[in-house]
Design a binder for this molecule. Structure first.
Ligand code: FEO
Length: 384
């Protein structure tokens, strides 16, 4: 696959992975992208996961023949991209690594060497000439780690964006971009919206025709669509008008309330309702939904004078990702000494710009007539 006449794709697809980063389900696998820029000097952009070193080195050889690459540009040190640095440096003893100072420090930590006599340290605004073209580097701290740089090639107007604009899924599987890019973004980078915004600001000063991320497809058409979604996600904006209901249920009574609310919301014309059973759904999917919609309903039981564990995990996942700018409503269930709403409110205390619904649902064991009226009132309020 050619990105431009002299930029080639040399990444790999991974269909053997069970959990990406040890936690994310990736039904359609994962791609570790790497690119080759061929000019008077030749640069390789990042490496790939450890299990694909031979395939990746084979692709470099197939593209260059006996010619050796001059530079390995390491934009990100997470091992899914850096694992084959040592193999590359062994295969190409004349090559030099280009990376940030922080990346070289991590290189020593991960792989025992920072290649002190074969390194070029770059920081914000630095450039590297490949002869016919010049690469310019921008720092992108915390998108997704502190050492990250992105690279702009003004000749072909390509932004090598590191983890930004990445998604789950191998490249030989067709699937919707936004769904898996959103799950990836909020799962992996979500906490650092401000830092991702800073990167978007830098990108807005560049004339970009193609975005080459480290995961997911190369983006070359309709870039405003992708940039627009990233702008919404990184500012914790509302992407889809509607309500997200997240529930846990022990004997089905809280579930009944959640599903009845869904029904009422639909009846009353709510444009979209997403429902997640937190004990059974992919938690990362529920997390992306919570960030996607403007209104969320948390429904759970009191449990050990606390809340049901899956709801605790879910709220923790939200708060540690800077959850903000939402309307939140509660459905609680407690057969005696109900605590659930109190505990959930406390967990969300540190979140900014949260509006709480006036109506709530307070179940004691099973749905009562009063609860039905509460659900109806909550649906009215959320549909306003
Ligand atoms: Fe794909 Fe943050 O590495």
């Amino acid at each position: 696959m050619n990105i431009a006449e002299n930029i080639k794709y040399i990444g790999v697809n991974d269909h053997d992975i069970d959990l990406f980063e040890g936690q994310y389900v990736v039904e359609n696998g994962m791609a570790y992208n790497s690119y080759l820029i061929i000019d008077e000097k030749t640069a390789v952009m990042d490496s790939v996961d450890a299990r694909f070193g031979d395939e990746w080195l084979g692709k470099i050889k197939a593209a260059l023949g006996e010619k050796a690459p001059d530079y390995l540009i390491v934009q990100h040190m997470e091992p899914d991209h850096s694992a084959n640095i040592s193999a590359f440096m062994k295969a190409y003893p004349q090559a030099v690594i280009v990376a940030s100072a922080k990346a070289f420090a991590m290189m020593k930590q991960f792989y025992g060497s920072d290649y002190a006599d074969r390194q070029i340290v770059v920081s914000e605004g630095d450039t590297l000439s490949l002869g016919g073209r010049e690469l310019k580097f921008f720092t992108a701290p915390m998108v997704h780690w502190p050492e990250v740089i992105v690279t702009y090639d003004s000749t072909d107007k390509v932004l090598f964006s590191a983890d930004a604009f990445g998604k789950f899924g191998a490249l030989d599987v067709e699937e919707d971009w936004a769904c898996e890019a959103r799950r990836y973004y909020f799962g992996i980078v979500g906490k650092y919206g401000a830092q991702a915004q800073a990167l978007l600001k830098k990108a807005s000063t560049l004339d970009i025709k193609t975005i080459c991320p480290l995961h997911g497809p190369v983006l070359s058409e309709n870039l405003d669509y992708y940039l627009g979604l990233y702008n919404t996600w990184t500012t914790y904006g509302v992407e889809t008008d509607g309500v997200m209901i997240a529930y846990t249920s022990v004997y089905g009574n809280t579930k009944k309330a959640a599903l009845l609310l869904e029904e009422k919301l639909k009846e009353k014309g709510c444009p979209k309702v997403a429902v997640n059973d937190l004990a059974r759904c992919d938690m990362a999917e529920a997390v992306e939904d919570a960030f996607r919609y403007g209104k969320i309903v948390l429904a759970t039981t009191t449990y050990n004078a606390e809340i049901f564990p899956f709801m605790r995990e879910f709220i923790n996942d939200l708060t540690e990702r800077n959850f903000k700018n939402k309307t939140v409503a509660f459905i609680e269930n407690g057969s005696w000494a109900a605590m659930a709403e109190k505990v959930m409110r406390k967990m969300l205390e540190g979140c900014k710009d949260i509006a709480y619904a006036e109506n709530g649902v307070h179940i004691k064991s099973a749905l009562s007539e009063e609860n039905l009226a509460q659900i109806d009132a909550l649906a009215d309020e959320l549909c306003k």
